[in-house]
Design a protein around this ligand. Structure first.
Ligand code: TYM
Length: 353
């Protein structure tokens, strides 16, 4: 069996309104993977963004803003590879080949498509339907072994594993003939977890915090200043009870559970730890502590994002450098895939058969 080195890949869509869920569920954990010295690729997935209409001028700004958020949160573009998807053509190319591996029935089960397309499914773009196949291509163009994401991406990562498995099976003998052992693509591990795998809306603890919620008060944006953060936390929906001293006591209390989870993730501790300190406390004393912690964590990120977006030339240079380094990994993967599939291509085949 081919050995795969540990390689981390993840992506964030440049669709505006980056929020605390994106930070705690994903970006903060990207930094942790980098600090563990894994080889990491972090991608601003602009091809995914246009599956829903994006204003072109705004899109450019949003791509730079997500890049700024990565850097401001602590991703070092020298150690990790930071780039935008559309600059590396192998993503779209591999997605086409995977379109011919993935089955219609698999995509028909994707709940995110159903949510995003809503009732008017006939009018959704084909790209929106195909979104998870492009995601598989993002990950597997680098033969990534680990993918840190929020819980909402679980089903998409299962599809990525199915596509890898089917490709490995369908082309098994060609993979072996080209000297890649038994499987060409790794069966990628999703990294989903921690207290903020699913951060909920501040207005409704049963709904996910999301970029598209019409209420600004449902989310803390990474561009919010201290006053906005304080106001949103103060207004966050709660119930009238005091906080419990055990995690079990959060069951059936979605808003309390969410705020405790946010506190835990910001501080890098567990819900249990939070309740050791705040069990029995009223929200009137817990919320100010949460405001302080959120401001303390997010204010420096917010300030650094502002500084970075004011210098788009620097951001663009980071993305160009990252794209070149990403392509240097993805291009040989695509060459090998083309050989395995049986295409004739320029340059030497990895091994003639
Ligand atoms: P996007 O931009 O919607 O979300 C980016 C990341 O943020 C996480 N997330 C959350 N985590 C916790 N609580 C929330 N309320 C919350 N909302 C969002 C998402 O799970 C995600 O990790 N499809 C991906 C982008 C993508 C991708 C990839 C990810 C494209 N290709 C390849 C990994 C690997 C997405 O949802 O982005």
């Amino acid at each position: 069996m081919a050995a795969f080195n540990e390689l981390v890949f993840s992506g964030v869509q440049p669709t505006g309104n980056l929020h605390l869920g994106n930070y705690l569920g994903a970006i903060k954990r990207f930094v942790e993977m980098q600090e563990r010295n894994a080889q990491c690729l972090y991608c601003v997935v602009d091809l995914h963004a246009i599956t829903l209409w994006q204003d072109p001028q705004a899109l450019r700004g949003q791509i730079r803003e997500v890049t700024a958020a990565f850097l401001a949160a602590g991703i070092d573009p020298k150690r990790s590879i930071v780039f935008n998807q559309s600059q590396v053509p192998q993503h779209a190319e591999l997605a086409w080949i995977f379109n011919c591996v993935a089955r219609l029935g698999w995509l028909n089960r994707m709940t995110q498509f159903k949510d995003k397309a809503g009732k008017d499914r006939e009018n959704a773009s084909i790209g929106l339907y195909d979104y998870p196949v492009l995601m598989a291509a993002d990950i597997l163009a680098y033969r990534a072994t680990h993918v840190p994401v929020g819980e909402d991406q679980k089903q998409h990562l299962e599809l990525t594993r199915d596509i890898a498995q089917k490709f490995n099976n369908d082309f098994g003998s060609s993979i072996q003939a080209h000297g890649h052992g038994e499987q060409f693509f790794p069966i990628t591990e999703p990294l989903i977890g921690g207290p903020a795998a699913r951060v909920m809306s501040l207005r409704d603890g049963t709904k996910k915090m999301s970029k598209s919620d019409p209420s600004e008060y449902s989310r803390i944006a990474l561009t919010d200043d201290a006053d906005a953060i304080a106001q949103k936390v103060r207004k966050a929906k709660t119930d009238p009870e005091a906080l419990p001293s055990e995690v079990e006591g959060l069951k059936g209390r979605p808003e309390a559970d969410n705020l405790v989870g946010i506190f835990a993730a910001l501080r890098g501790i567990t819900r249990e730890d939070v309740l050791k300190d705040f069990g029995g406390a009223q929200f009137s004393s817990f919320k100010p502590a949460l405001v302080d912690l959120a401001v303390e964590t997010l204010a420096p990120i917010n300030a650094e994002m502002k500084r970075l977006v004011a210098d788009p030339a620097h951001i663009d240079a980071v993305l160009a450098d990252g794209a070149a380094r990403a392509e240097a990994i993805a291009a040989p993967t695509l060459d090998a895939v083309k050989d395995i599939v049986g295409f004739v291509r320029r340059g030497p085949a990895l091994r003639a058969v």
